[in-house]
Design a protein around this ligand. Structure first.
Ligand code: HSE
Length: 298
C-alpha cells in the first residue's frame, strides 16, 4: 500500500496572482493500492461531495501519470482522509492532483521525475501556484514557460504563522476566475510586478515590515471582493490586530493573515470581530509546511 500526505496551500499571497504560494500544515492523507480491477473510493472524516467513479480527481490524476509513463493500469482502491476544506481557497484540488500523481508514479516504478509531475499537475490545475507548494513545501515562486513549469521553494521560519479565516460559504474557482478582466492597464501590471517581487524579497530576507504594502493587489482581489461580504473591513481589522500581510487565499473566500507574534490574541480578536457579522467565520492558526508531500510504501 502507498500512503501519501499532501499539505494544503495558499496561493497568490496578494500580488503574486498564479505565481506565489505557500504550503500549510493541514493535510490530505491518501492510502492507495492496486487491485485486480475496478475503482473503489472511500472517504473518511470528510463532509464534501466526492465522486466515487472514474471522474474522481485523485483517480483522474493517477491516470494522467499512468498514460504519461506508458503504464497499463489495473484496478485502484483509494481511501482519502482530508482535513482541507473544499472550494475555500486552500488548495484542496491541488492536494488531490499531487497525491494521486505521486501515488501513481510509485505504482509505475517512479518513471517520472518530480519536475515532470509538476508540469502535468500545473497543466491539470490550470496554474502552478497551489500544486508547486503542495509538492515541494515551503514558499514557492513558480512560472510556466511553454509546457514547462519552474518552481523555487524557499523554506520559511516556523515562527511566522498563518491565520486562516474560513467562512461558512464557498466560491467556486471557476466562477471566481470568470469575473477577472482579460486585459489590465500597464499601471496595474507594474503595481503588481513590483509588489509580488517585493513580497518575495521581504519574506526571503525576513524584513516583514515591507509585507503589508507588498501584499496589495490590483489584478484579482478588487474584482473578487464582491463575493466576500465585508472583505475590506476584515482586512482592516486584521491589520489592527497585528497582521503583517493579509490577502485573499487563492480565489477565496478564505482570507489569510501572516502573523509573527501574539497568535492567540489575534485569533480571539478576530473571533470577536466575526461574531458581529452576518456570516460564520472560523480562524485557525497554522504553521508553514516546509517538507511538501511525503510518500511511503508499506
Ligand atoms: N491563482 C489561482 C486563482 C488560485 O487565483 O484563481 C486558485 O486557487
Amino acid at each position: 500500500m502507498i500512503k501519501v500526505k499532501v499539505p494544503a496551500s495558499s496561493a497568490n499571497m496578494g500580488a503574486g496572482f498564479d505565481t506565489l504560494g505557500v504550503a500549510l500544515a493541514l493535510y490530505n492523507r491518501l492510502e492507495i493500492e492496486e487491485t485486480d480491477g475496478g475503482i473503489e473510493i472511500e472517504t473518511r472524516n470528510f463532509n464534501g461531495r466526492i465522486l466515487q467513479n472514474e471522474n474522481n480527481l485523485i483517480y483522474k490524476s493517477m491516470c494522467v501519470v499512468f498514460d504519461a509513463a506508458g503504464y497499463r493500469r489495473r484496478g485502484i482502491r483509494i481511501v482519502q482522509k482530508s482535513d482541507i476544506p473544499m472550494t475555500r481557497g486552500l488548495g484542496s484540488s491541488s492536494a488531490c492532483i499531487i497525491g494521486g500523481m505521486l501515488a501513481a508514479n510509485v505504482i509505475c516504478g517512479r518513471r517520472l521525475s518530480y519536475g515532470e509531475i509538476l508540469n502535468l499537475a500545473a497543466k491539470e490545475e490550470g496554474h502552478p501556484d497551489n500544486v508547486a507548494p503542495a509538492l515541494y513545501g515551503g514558499f514557492c515562486v513558480s512560472m510556466t514557460d511553454g509546457d514547462i513549469t519552474y518552481t523555487k521553494s524557499i523554506k520559511l521560519n516556523s515562527k511566522l504563522k498563518f491565520a486562516v479565516m474560513i467562512p461558512d460559504f464557498y466560491v467556486a474557482t471557476k466562477k471566481s476566475r470568470g469575473i477577472l478582466p482579460n486585459k489590465v492597464s500597464r499601471a496595474d501590471a507594474v503595481f503588481n510586478i513590483s509588489r509580488a517581487s517585493m513580497f518575495q524579497a521581504a519574506l526571503s530576507s525576513g524584513d516583514l515590515d515591507m509585507l503589508k504594502y507588498a501584499a496589495r493587489d490590483r489584478l484579482h482581489q478588487p474584482y473578487r471582493k464582491k463575493y466576500i461580504d465585508g472583505m475590506d473591513e476584515i482586512f482592516e481589522r486584521t491589520y489592527e490586530l497585528g497582521s503583517r500581510a493579509t490577502y485573499l487565499s487563492g480565489s477565496g473566500p478564505t482570507i489569510m493573515s501572516l502573523i509573527d507574534r501574539n497568535y492567540r490574541g489575534f485569533q480571539s480578536g478576530m473571533k470577536e470581530f466575526f461574531e458581529s457579522g452576518s456570516h460564520k467565520w472560523t480562524c485557525k492558526i497554522l504553521s508553514v509546511d516546509n517538507v511538501g508531500t511525503v510518500v511511503s510504501e508499506i
